[in-house]
Design a protein around this ligand. Structure first.
Ligand code: FUB
Length: 324
């Protein structure tokens, strides 16, 4: 029988869950929401998170183990504020936590922290990754054991202030009829600590092969990149932000281009929507969050899981975000 949505950790507010199978267990790396009292605005100041925690499960039906705190703002030498979405990758017995945080000048960068266990704690490097910017790192290991980092987010995620990977005081969001801003992807170096190449645009195309436009707000990229492979195809999924949808696009390789396919999750209760997709014990799972337990406070989100299904053509069946 299909698994219904369930909350994973009712004791505290956790969001942006990145799920991976490590050492035969399912590990979840969320953001840790709390009531900071910061005003709500389009820069996302109300998402003022100051630490990360990690969770694991032996099975999706089983007990959720809380392994505790794994990294705090004050542990990071270059820290400014706001620990936003993170992800973890495993290579050669080491675990690498990639995290979004503003530096001391209030610019979002991507940091790396290392542990020899998936449950942490993680020790941060002294500086953010060279050339990193914006938010929401997703680390994808391809079948040939190369690792790729997808990242980016507009509005509070600051992606609109960059062109050709450079901060540019003269730019902002494209106009309605112009090509949408693309998320970014770069292959990682062998030691996992830097990008082995300049970040490239992840192009998302419509059904005629044209890049999506900025005004196509129900399909264009906003934030929350995720990548998985299903039946040999590369599924790039993301949030449309201000239209509150989780969508996906399919391509033939990790760089794309990707052709838009449809909606994975309709709007949840709350402003943001953010997810990960993982295969575990012969089923596919969507990890996500909503704000039902906090009565709709968008900065106090709770992580959930629901089974994700494909049809015979490899299309993801749309899930209703507001089901209980
Ligand atoms: O949790 C802070 C930010 O909210 C994430 O980085 C975004 O993707 C959105 O979920």
């Amino acid at each position: 029988m299909k698994q219904q949505p369930k909350y994973l950790f009712p004791d505290d507010y956790m969001a942006d869950p990145s799920a991976h199978v490590f050492e035969g267990r399912l590990y979840i790396y969320p953001s840790h929401d709390w009531e900071s009292g910061k005003p709500e605005n389009d820069n996302g100041d109300h998402f003022d998170m100051k630490d990360y925690h990690v969770f694991s499960m032996e099975s999706v039906d089983g007990e959720v183990i809380h392994h505790g705190e794994i990294l705090r703002v004050e542990d990071v030498p270059w820290a400014g504020r706001q620990l936003w979405d993170s992800d973890v990758a495993h290579k050669n017995g080491q675990y690498f936590l990639y995290f979004s945080m503003k530096d001391k000048t209030d610019i979002f960068r991507i940091g790396v922290a290392i542990s020899d266990r998936p449950s942490g704690p993680f020790k941060p490097l002294g500086n953010p990754m060279d050339g990193s910017y914006s938010i929401d790192p997703c680390i994808f290991e391809d079948a040939d054991n190369q690792y790729y980092m997808y990242f980016g987010g507009i509005w509070g995620g600051q992606l609109q202030y960059y062109r050709n990977n450079k901060l540019n005081a003269d730019v902002n969001l494209p106009l309605f009829h112009e090509q949408a801003l693309s998320p970014k992807v770069a292959r990682l170096s062998d030691d996992m600590l830097s990008m082995a190449e300049e970040p490239r645009d992840v192009l998302i195309l419509d059904e005629t092969g044209q890049p999506l436009k900025q005004g196509d707000t129900e399909r264009r990229f906003f934030e929350a990149s995720w990548m998985h492979i299903y039946q040999g195809k590369y599924y790039f999924s993301y949030s449309t932000g201000d239209t509150h949808l989780l969508c996906y696009a399919v391509g033939d390789n990790p760089y794309g281009p990707f052709t838009y396919q449809g909606v994975i999750l309709t709007p949840v209760v709350g402003w943001t929507t953010h997810h990960s997709i993982v295969q575990f014990q012969d089923k596919w799972w969507l990890f996500y969050h909503d704000c039902v337990p906090s009565d709709g406070k968008t900065w106090l989100r709770s992580m959930k899981v629901v089974e994700l299904e494909y049809d015979d053509n490899g299309h993801i069946k749309t899930i209703e975000g507001k089901q209980v």
